[in-house]
Design a binder for this molecule. Sequence first.
Ligand code: AMP
Length: 364
Amino acid sequence: MDAKLWASRAVIRTSGFRNSDGAAVVLASHLGRPKGGPDPKLSLKPVAERMGALLARPVPLAPDCVGEATRAQAHALKSGEVLLLENLRFHPEEEKNDDGFARQLAELADCYVNDAFAAAHRAHASIEAITHHLQPAAAGLLMQQELSALGRILESPARPLVAVLGGAKVSDKVALVEHLIGKVDALVIGGGMAFTFVRALGHAVGRSLVEPDRIETARAALEAARRRGVQLTLPVDAIVADGLDSPSGRAVGIREIPEAQMGLDIGPRTIERFGAVLATAKTIVWNGPMGVFEKPPFATGTAAIARAVAGAPAFSVIGGDGIAAVNAAGVSDKIGYISTAGGAFLEFLEGRTLPGVAALTEAA
Ligand code: AMP
């Protein structure tokens, strides 16, 4: 194959795969959130060096992702050579899905591969608009793996299917909770978001994180779960402390949180209860920590759930902060699939069409 290949946020395995076919590969990615122009701190130079080491061949960095010099460099590539473009987000047109910018990117190559599932929920120029100018537009190997693992959750999961949700806010996960209630057999809710549900049941939770304007939503979700026969499990105890910086906490029943304290992790009885639900699962999807896991006194619950997910006789898929937790617990090799995505993972599980997936016309 003599064609140059356009890879948006490609991973090494896809580029290596294509490379063995003899294609010249133009790689592109974004890094961070540059404010509307080039920022040396967000250059992809270290990425070029690391990729060069992984691929065992030079990976030069283009001066930009568009423009005459970059185009000349891309067009001069010979079979088997790789070129990394400079940070796509140095141009505000990238995030605006600008058609003219996408056309310039498209001029660099003869076909397109998107391997950036983690960015697929964004309609950005290198993800969506480019496919109007560069065909075929194919899914890379990682993209395919992500779609197949996450698709397995929504389409034909081995049952019981159990979802574990945590993290700070109900408001970020309302759509997810609503969609999952129509799909899962059991839903386990921990983390800060659980306190809004506990409030919806009428209990005081001290100074724990609560979103007052979501109490009604939480109540509706509890009701929907009951109607559909979905087992919804909430914390029965919590580790409470005066604040995030407290050196330690203590376990109290979920209805006994002192007025001046806040729940910062799930307690031991909750760990046991959540663990029992997970032990019955054949498929598990997990997103969001069970407590303020960045602080060691409040990381126990998240670590315990990581071990319970890993130990369950189930196909498990995790995304978001769960990844750090399974790594810290040393159990990542026992997880069925660890997603590279945060926002895209959630949007996919909400049942939404991701623009970066809808734009693709072919599997890799
Ligand atoms: P999210 O991005 O929604 O998954 O939320 C992750 C954040 O939720 C982490 O930074 C945790 O520290 C935070 N979090 C988890 N549990 C609690 C809690 N009980 N109280 C306050 N923050 C929490």
